[in-house]
Design a protein around this ligand. Sequence first.
Ligand code: A3P
Length: 318
Amino acid sequence: RQDLKEGLTQECKTLLSTVPIDKGWVATNLFQYQGFWHTATQLQGVLTCQQHFQAKPDDLLLITTPKSGTTWLKAVAFATVNRNRYSSSDHPLLTTNPHDLVPFLERKLFIDNQNPDLTSFTYPRLFSTHLPYVSLPKSVEQLGCKMVYLCRDPRDAFISLWHFTNKLRTQTLGTLSLEEAFERFCRGVCLYGPAWDHIMDYWKKSLERPENVFFLKFEEMKAQPSVQLKRLAEFFGCPFSKEEEKKGVVEEILKLCSFDHLSNLNVNKTGKLSSGEENSTFFRKGEVGDWINHLTPQMIKKFEQITEEKFHGSGLQF
Ligand code: A3P
């Protein structure tokens, strides 16, 4: 249990010494808490967030599993909710990575701080999280906060995660092979995994409480971006007016947040997040179906089996 670090609370240390443990993809170990896998530092963030984040009723939460299009969703949601605050020439997205504009609760704000300064947030506050439904801070459900869940075909999310991991791994760690990553992903042993369970829990909630949980697919955003963006704005309670539509506001937001535009901005080519990752690591291809270029026929079959088993009868398909 080499991930134990200074700065973790006694509660977190105790938890780390009792919960299931497995190999990490970048960090040394992953720990299973409430059915999902976290690094030690992240688990501290999860606990602190659960205990200290106090939602407000009009907070908006953007939720994903890693590599499902979080960066894109953050950009689009930020631009939509704040569309009357900024013009296209002075837009914060031109100089700031979306992850710094819509910070993660458990990976940024509460990761090492029980009382982060949230005074600079404008209303409605936009937060993001990778937390599974079971681990959300209680006030989010109690107050009926709106949540957008963006999911992605697990095959593409896996390939994206594998590439991302290898960008973050040190030389000493070396490259994580596709086979090894695949085996772990299928067992659910990856950050916030098992991905299928993460998705299914939010899918069920979105059916039970559609007014609170808006379920969106990366593939739908790619196929019909303006249709989906209009649905998103309606869900947020700030629908585009006919006049805005006529003026092309929807298309303007989509262009501002497009893969080509964001990935070519200086800030995203050369900048870094305060957490240390290079902004460029969040942009690779941004396409649907890249898994076909990587997975072997056996891997494809295994994915099909797991997906069938986990999603059977749910109505959710990719
Ligand atoms: P690929 O690795 O398949 O290219 P996350 O933001 O959750 O970390 O997910 C990263 C994935 O989203 C990467 O997928 C990345 O290229 C893609 N992505 C990032 N910005 C995007 C955008 N504006 N439009 C579409 N896809 C985007």
